[in-house]
Design a protein. Structure first.
Length: 94
């Protein structure tokens, strides 16, 4: 049986290097949250939305702000609480 050679048709080495540079830059400020950083980058590459949940003081806002600065993007923050979620339900009649 002959060996199958799956060569990549697209060279992702430049993208990989850019992602690693972003991770390294954010990790200078955000320590101990590699999964959060990676998931945020994946969501951005997938053109998705990001909802960062957690208890106060774990660096959610700082993480998002640092990423925005690193990739030269705008940073906007919306803070939700159970009170606002309930209020939205009343307004939209869900």
């Amino acid at each position: 049986m002959s060996e199958i050679n799956f060569e990549s048709r697209t060279d992702f080495s430049e993208l990989h290097q850019l992602v690693e540079n972003i991770k390294q830059e954010i990790s200078k400020v955000i320590v101990g949250q590699p999964e959060l950083i990676e998931q945020i980058i994946v969501a951005i590459l997938a053109n998705g939305h990001i909802l960062i949940e957690g208890v106060p003081g774990v660096g959610k806002t700082l993480s998002a702000n640092m990423l925005a600065k690193t990739i030269h993007a705008k940073f906007k923050r919306i803070q939700l609480s159970p009170v606002w979620i309930g209020f939205a339900w009343i307004l939209h009649g869900w």
